[in-house]
Design a binder for this molecule. Structure first.
Ligand code: C2E
Ligand code: MG
Ligand code: MG
Length: 685
């Protein structure tokens, strides 16, 4: 099979066309042909089908080669056009070639035809490819001209060779003004200029670069642009240009700046927020380090602000905070930073202190600002402030430490009665470290099996017989010494592991004492202290029942000592547990009576069996007639409510006699017995 070739003959002689076709067929072409003789037929043929080649007779009775050429041109088709003829003058040939004919062929010497056709087909193909490429370039350049982003093309040195209309619109510079200048000629400042250096060093190594620049327009307005610079190379890989695409992001940037503002300022008071504060503090400390000066940080907390918020509502609270912010602002100098850290916490940074007296003055002024009441919607509210102060460098070398230590000093000021300021001192820190260490160790007391129990007997005052024992927990330390509960129980309560400890105590005490309690004639009882938290635990009563039955103890042999705080809390879960424990038959005792706020009403509400008079009353018996009267009243009252009375902490014979004479039922105290290990208690009996 030959190469397919579609030929349109413009020829009046059928024979001549056949001869030419035969010549072509020799050249390995697979011919498809049509012959026309008039302009109309030629136009129709061109319109109806695709052709590879036109072969046109020079002399036609009703048409001419010139007209055929212009017909082809009008059809917008770029086909090889070969003219064949008998005799023809050189002038005619030249004129026809000028008009667009591609070759001329003598009908009597067609040997050249095949190579000529082959060449013309090749050339036509190249022309076609070039047309496509040119078309593409036209589209691309239109795209750049009409692009919604600025396009700049520079030479390898960064000098502008082209800018598109969008560039002219956004910058206000015309193409001729921009031409030849360096790319960064519209940059705002040095910061951008140094980014520019980075840009060139990146792109000159052949890598694309992106970034954002602030530019100045011709009219002086600022504009932010996202810039993308790509190196352009020729087919040999040599850098010829840079293509720079710039997008106007001014709107986005100003939105970001607004967000940045929101991220740096407190919306309620307009003061700096924590983020900005940390920033300023960092800078202040760096400067102080350089100049060798001090920086002070004041942590300010409003006293009892929570009460205002909770009882008067958040809008009153918000107004108060706004006013507080204003008062605080009046205390600081230019260059100082006042920030709201959240809630009712404020911070002041005083950079570059020359005299510590200034810090005292400002702190004093702050505290004084809060001695005036806050008037909100016609009403006066008193909210004072506590201020803690930490200094750089002596109280900490970094912002976090300074903040923490100012905080600790502030808590110290609160401890000392609020409405005052306090400087950070090393012993505040020391105490904190000890406390943290204690917290860590206390979390592991159970797993490390470091707890043990001592028991203090409770005596019947009437006959000195033993009524029972109170289990008191001890914590064995690494050096063998024992740590007393007053030292670690409150911490265990704070960090929420008291329930584990109390549960361990109940289990251990029941187990250790069960044989003693069951063997003794008469009924001995085991008293155990439980924290208020324990009574809030759901299912606590069940836990107690299990422990009792596991150790074959009667519920009436167990007495749970509860402090007065439980009653004041009055939580639902607590009441449920107390009821369940009573139904079970366990005895309940109110411990340290007289130290809390419980009233008779509370005592009536709950079925207590025993009331323990706090040691502080007992130890005052000899000196204080009031204490004596109070004890008498408590005993009378408790008996009136059908409760037994135990006096705690009897250390002298005089105390014992007074209590016995006034009808106190039982007693505990060093005079009678100290808390001891169980085997010592047993051998003393
Ligand atoms: P409490 O329940 O009032 O226990 C009586 C405390 O007074 C005991 O101190 C005891 O050693 C002490 N004491 C007894 N007689 C005298 C005396 O004549 N003079 C003096 N000065 N003190 C006397 P302890 O063992 O240090 O316990 C302190 C507190 O710790 C207890 O007060 C109790 O509230 C609490 N506690 C002890 N063990 C536990 C426990 O297992 N769980 C809970 N939640 N609290 C416990
Ligand atoms: Mg007790
Ligand atoms: Mg007590």
């Amino acid at each position: 099979m030959g190469i397919p070739l579609r030929v349109l003959f413009i020829e009046d002689s059928e024979l001549d066309a056949e001869l030419t076709a035969a010549e072509l067929a020799r050249g390995d072409f697979e011919l498809q042909m049509e012959r026309v003789e008039t302009e109309d037929d030629m136009s129709a043929a061109l319109a109806d089908a695709d052709w590879d080649l036109v072969i046109c007779d020079y002399r036609l009775p009703r048409f001419s080669a010139e007209d055929a050429l212009s017909t082809l041109k009008n059809s917008n088709k770029d086909l090889p056009f070969i003219i064949t003829s008998g005799a023809v003058t050189a002038e005619d040939v030249v004129s026809l070639l000028k008009q667009g004919a591609h070759d001329f062929m003598d009908k009597n010497a067609l040997a050249r035809l095949v190579p000529a056709v082959e060449r013309e087909l090749r050339d036509a193909k190249i022309r076609e490819q070039r047309r496509v490429a040119e078309q593409r370039v036209r589209v691309l350049s239109r795209a750049i001209e009409q692009s919604p982003v600025s396009v700049v093309i520079t030479d390898p040195k960064g000098h502008i060779e082209y800018v598109n209309p969008r560039f002219e619109e956004t910058t206000g510079y015309t193409s001729s003004e921009a031409m030849g200048r360096s790319l960064g000629f519209t940059l705002l400042d040095e910061e951008s200029a140094s980014a520019m250096d980075e840009l060139w060093s990146t792109v000159s190594s052949g890598v694309e670069w992106r970034g954002e620049f602030c530019n100045v327009k011709r009219d002086g307005q600022l504009i932010w642009e996202a810039v993308n610079v790509s190196p352009l190379t020729d087919p040999q890989g040599t850098l010829t240009h840079y293509v720079v695409i710039k997008e106007d992001i001014t709107v986005r940037r100003s939105y970001e700046e607004q967000l940045l503002r929101q991220a740096h300022y407190d919306h309620l008071t307009g003061l700096a927020n924590r983020v900005l504060l940390m920033d300023r503090l960092t800078v202040a400390l760096e400067n102080a380090a350089r100049t060798g000066q001090q920086t002070a940080l004041l942590g300010i907390d409003l006293d009892h602000f929570k009460n205002v918020n909770d009882s008067l509502g958040h809008s009153v609270g918000d107004n108060l905070l706004k006013e507080a912010a204003q008062r605080l602002s009046s205390c600081i100098r230019g260059g100082d930073t006042l920030a709201r850290m959240g809630g009712d916490e404020f911070v002041v940074v005083l950079p570059q202190i020359t005299n510590l007296r200034d810090v005292h003055k400002i702190a004093e002024n702050i505290v004084r600002q809060f001695e005036r009441p806050f008037t909100i919607i016609g009403k006066d509210y008193f909210v004072t402030s506590s201020v803690g102060i930490a200094l750089y460098p002596e109280d900490g070398g970094n912002p976090h430490l300074i903040l923490r230590n100012a905080d600790l000093a502030m808590y110290k000021a609160k401890d000392l009665g609020r409405n005052q300021y306090h400087f950070f001192t090393e012993d505040i820190n020391q105490r904190l470290m000890q406390r943290l260490e204690l917290e860590t160790r206390i979390r592991h007391v159970i797993t490390k099996d470091e707890l043990l129990l001592h028991y203090q007997p409770i005596y019947n005052l009437s006959d000195n017989s033993v009524a029972g024992f109170e289990a008191l927990v001890r914590w064995r330390q690494a050096d063998g010494s024992l740590r007393m509960p007053g030292d670690f129980i409150p911490v265990a309560e704070d960090i929420g592991i008291i329930q584990e400890i109390d549960s361990w105590v109940l289990q251990a005490a029941c187990k250790e004492t069960s044989s003693l309690l069951n063997q003794q004639p008469g009924e001995l009882r085991l008293a155990i202290n439980i924290s208020p938290r324990q009574l809030e635990a759901p299912g606590y009563a069940d836990f107690v029942r299990r422990q009792l039955s596991l150790n074959h103890l009667k519920p009436s042999q167990l007495e749970l000592e509860i402090t007065e705080r439980v009653l004041v809390n009055d939580a639902e879960a607590t009441r449920t547990n107390i009821e369940a424990l009573c139904n079970l038959g366990v005895r309940l005792s109110i411990d340290d009576f007289g130290t809390g706020y419980s009233s008779l009403g509370y005592l009536q509400k709950y079925p207590f069996h025993t009331l323990k008079i706090d040691r502080s009353f007992v130890s005052n018996i000899s000196e204080n007639p009031n204490a004596r009267r109070l004890i008498e009243t408590i005993i009378t009252m408790a008996h009136g409510l059908d409760m037994e009375v135990v006096a705690e902490g009897i250390e002298s014979e005089q105390e014992r006699r007074f209590l016995m004479e006034h009808g106190c039922d039982q007693a505990q105290g060093f005079l009678l017995s100290r808390p001891l290990p169980l085997h010592d208690v047993i051998s003393n009996m």
